[in-house]
Ligand binder design. Structure first.
Ligand code: ZN
Length: 420
């Protein structure tokens, strides 16, 4: 056979494997006939590839009766297929300016082990990397996996994926061209893929929304920094040189406060943790926010989480702050809705107990600011993963590779393909 034909046939098998794994993941537990219908592959092809995937340990057979009692009169129930979730283990890391999360995740995106730790954004990068490595070693020690099949890390700021470098982050001023992937690889034995946190949140939402393959989703990530990613028909929108999504630095007040990026009146100057704390302090000076003061007198730290909790407990001043955050987020989101007319807007991140309050304020603002035709079919909802969406997105990024799904496309960059 000519060399190009061998290459084509390997590529076709790889694509078909990806299709079948994706179909099983979406339908599981399911029958081979269902997989054939979903993928449009003929039953013989499905049977052959399924057999390979069972040998590779990625799929497993389960008795149909175990899953769902069949009302047939005797006879052997047909075998069903499901992802063998424990066949592969992924180490996922999420670095935020004030927080590190590390988890070991299986192919069904279940957390097998997890650790998190607060950090100081002013810390030296070397010190933070040591903490990440320490947490990763703890997680692996507790889980005792036979090995890990991949690792990925979500990072705030601008990155060089190929070199594994965090180039800069507006919220972590000491980080300049830090080769973080290589440093973490030394501790865990596998070089992690690095990706922007906002992208990972979007990848996670797409991975879990198996019933909406042809939709356009906006994923608004509300963390130390604010980001927005666009997922369209299962593909992530990625801007020039891999950069995009900095909705936190879109300007909502041309004469506003100075932002950490050097501009004025960015969305982040209204909704970031620093902005929330600044606003609370101003209200305290006016004799307001007495519930916050009482909590601080009891030794609680002034953090957005405190304001969110008090707001959800009914404190009016805290609720006013949270509603204001939702209003500004709603203004920025409305601009995106008017531009893109998406099917859904999903809010994720560290929003804690005030999630419904913020969500309702965003919805209200979108109803006011977005054009009716652009928003009439829009679903605005919270991510079920909340603050863990980036961590689970890191795991989903590796799982996409393991399932041989198309890699993310970065304009002007080489795309490395991996085989199962
Ligand atoms: Zn800014």
């Amino acid at each position: 056979m000519a060399k190009s034909n061998i290459g084509n046939s390997a590529l076709i098998t790889r694509v078909n494997r990806g299709l079948i794994l994706q179909a099983v993941r979406t339908l599981q537990p399911t029958y081979r006939a269902e997989v054939s219908r979903r993928t449009n592959l003929n039953p013989a092809t499905v049977t052959g590839i399924v057999s390979d995937l069972i040998d590779l340990g990625l799929l497993q057979e389960v008795s149909g009766q175990q899953i769902q009692p069949l009302s047939t009169l005797g006879g052997r129930p047909p075998m069903m297929l499901q992802i063998n979730a424990s066949a592969r283990k992924i180490l996922a890391i999420d670095l935020e300016p004030d927080w590190i999360r590390v988890g070991l995740v299986d192919l069904n995106m279940s957390l097998l082990e997890y650790s998190e730790q607060a950090i100081d954004r002013q810390d030296e990068p070397g010190r933070v990397i040591d903490r990440i490595c320490q947490l990763a070693r703890q997680v692996l020690k507790r889980a005792q996996p036979d090995g890990i099949d991949g690792a990925a890390m979500g990072l705030p700021g601008l990155i060089d994926r190929e070199k594994g470098i965090l180039q800069s982050s507006t919220n972590m001023p000491k980080w300049r061209d830090v080769p973080i992937a290589a440093a973490v690889a030394k501790a865990i034995g596998v070089k992690p893929i690095i990706e922007r946190a906002t992208h990972l949140a979007a990848i996670h939402e797409d991975w879990v929304a198996t019933d909406e393959p042809n939709s356009t989703k906006l994923i608004l990530s509300l963390r130390t920094g604010i980001g927005m990613s666009i997922m369209r028909h299962g593909e992530l929108y990625v801007g020039s040189r891999g950069f995009d999504g900095e909705i936190g630095h879109t300007i909502v007040d041309i004469d506003g406060e100075l932002c950490e990026c050097g501009s004025r009146g960015c969305l982040e100057t209204f909704v970031s943790p620093t902005a929330i704390n600044r606003r609370v302090r101003a209200m305290l000076k006016d004799g307001r926010c007495q519930a916050v003061k009482a909590a601080m007198d009891r030794g609680e730290q002034l953090r957005p989480e405190l304001i969110y909790r008090l707001a959800s407990e009914g404190d009016a001043d805290s609720a006013e702050i949270v509603t204001e955050i939702g209003r500004y987020l709603g203004i920025a989101a409305s601009n995106m809705v008017n531009l893109l007319a998406p099917d859904s807007l999903i809010l994720c991140g560290s929003i804690d107990t005030a999630d419904t309050l913020i969500l309702n304020a965003i919805k209200k603002q979108i109803d006011r600011s977005a054009l009716p035709k652009m928003r009439e079919h829009l679903s605005v909802r919270l991510s079920a993963a909340k603050e863990r969406s980036v961590l689970l997105g890191a795991a989903a990024l590796v799982a996409r590779d393991l399932f041989a799904l198309p890699r993310l496309r970065y304009p002007g960059m080489n795309v490395h393909e991996t085989m199962i």
